[in-house]
Design a protein around this ligand. Structure first.
Ligand SMILES: Cc1ncc(COP(=O)(O)O)c(C=O)c1O
Length: 367
């Protein structure tokens, strides 16, 4: 078997050593539950969680009490769709850039007659069409599509959406954006922003939900650690943010990896020069049709006469990990008039040599 060449960072990022060391150290030397005792270890864990929350807040230009630990983007989007008040007439604007996890929670609510889904137009480059953003009550904004890899101008999009309806609630899926660009929730003015920590090099099972005005919303999940008191008639008085959104035990080991993952990302973002190199080389192969722009964060393509799953399998047996198929983004795939594609993406750990052997392999595969 060949050595594995991992070119699928956009699905999940390989873990930098400091992240693994921090999680190991937590498991070996500090393991305990947060907020449920008074011993030294619990104090350490509480402090670790709050230090991490503060670091995440600084990373996104938020306040610590606006940062909620969730299991990932999918959970965050489900929570947001649940906690936003919606009626049959609520206009929910989505776009064909969306990942299923961003749009489907709102589609389900609309199917239950809580909201009407409207699709925001894209321009000729498959970016949100700033000229034609309709008025909406809720706007789901995919800051970077996992298929197209282009950062959207979130601050401008939100500004335009607010001109159309000052009360619009804006929900930003930053799962891909966070890897490549700085999130600034204040400059954006967004109401909700979420991302998954595994995409930046921390572990799976933890992610971030930013809520601009957390005390204005009721929690989706009910349980330990989120109620201030329960009255004799059963009325639950919720704790303030952020506890009210964090029922139950947090994924503590995964949280222990977030600060080193952010530190690592800020020092060492993925080298998109590798994407440009592969773009230029793939452009020379007649049978390859590239669907992304040269300056995108991912490289997505199809091969003439070859299904994307076959292409992935041919690359797979040669040791390459790439993403193939619909990529949980069926709307953009359909819009591109294809039934699937191959996506290559890089982390800071990928080298020019990885890109060169990939090009050699794809030339063999398409022959
Ligand atoms: C743009 C986008 N949104 C949402 C998700 C869902 O993230 P998770 O599966 O970590 O919840 C992904 C994951 O691929 C994504 O790329």
């Amino acid at each position: 078997m060949n050595k594995i060449i991992y070119l699928d960072a956009a699905a999940t990022y390989q873990k930098p050593e400091p992240v693994i060391n921090a999680m190991n150290d937590f498991l070996l030397n500090h393991y305990a539950n947060a907020g449920r005792g008074v011993c030294g270890r619990v104090e350490y864990v509480d402090d670790m969680v709050e230090r991490t929350r503060a670091r995440v807040a600084a990373f996104m230009n938020a306040r610590a009490n606006q940062i909620v630990f969730v299991s990932g983007t999918t959970m965050a989007m489900n929570m947001v769709a649940d906690m936003i008040p919606m009626r049959a007439t609520t206009r929910v604007l989505v776009s064909d850039l969306d990942h299923h996890s961003a749009r489907l929670p709102f589609v389900r609510r609309a199917n239950e007659r809580a909201g009407q889904v409207m699709v925001c137009p894209l321009d000729e480059n498959y970016n949100l069409d700033m000229e034609n953003i309709p008025a909406a009550d809720v706007f789901v904004i995919t800051a970077m599509s996992n298929v197209m890899g282009m950062p959207q101008d979130v601050a401008k999009i939100i500004r335009i959406a607010k001109e159309k309806n000052p009360n619009v609630i804006t929900v930003v899926d930053a799962a891909q954006f966070v890897v490549h660009e700085k999130i600034d929730v204040r400059a954006w003015g967004a109401d909700f922003v979420c991302w998954s920590a595994h995409k930046i090099g921390a572990d799976t099972g933890v992610g971030i939900l930013y809520i601009k005005s957390p005390d204005d919303f009721s929690p989706t999940f009910i349980g330990g650690g989120m109620a201030r008191r329960v009255e004799s008639d059963g009325h639950i008085v919720f704790a303030d943010a952020t506890e009210r959104f964090e029922a139950g035990t947090l994924p503590l080991t995964q949280i222990a990896g977030i600060i080193p993952a952010i530190d690592n990302l800020e020092k060492n973002r993925p080298n998109l020069g590798l994407i440009k190199y592969m773009y230029d080389e793939l452009s020379k192969i007649n049978k390859v049709k590239i669907l992304t722009k040269r300056d995108a964060a991912v490289l997505t393509f199809v091969v003439d006469g070859m299904h994307s799953l076959d292409c992935g399998a041919y690359l797979g047996v040669r040791g390459f990990c790439v993403r193939v198929g619909m990529m949980c983004a069926s709307w953009i795939i359909r819009r591109l008039d294809i039934d699937g594609a191959v996506r290559v993406s890089v982390g800071a750990y990928n080298s020019q040599a990885d890109a060169e052997v990939f090009i050699k392999a794809i030339k063999e595969v398409v022959k």
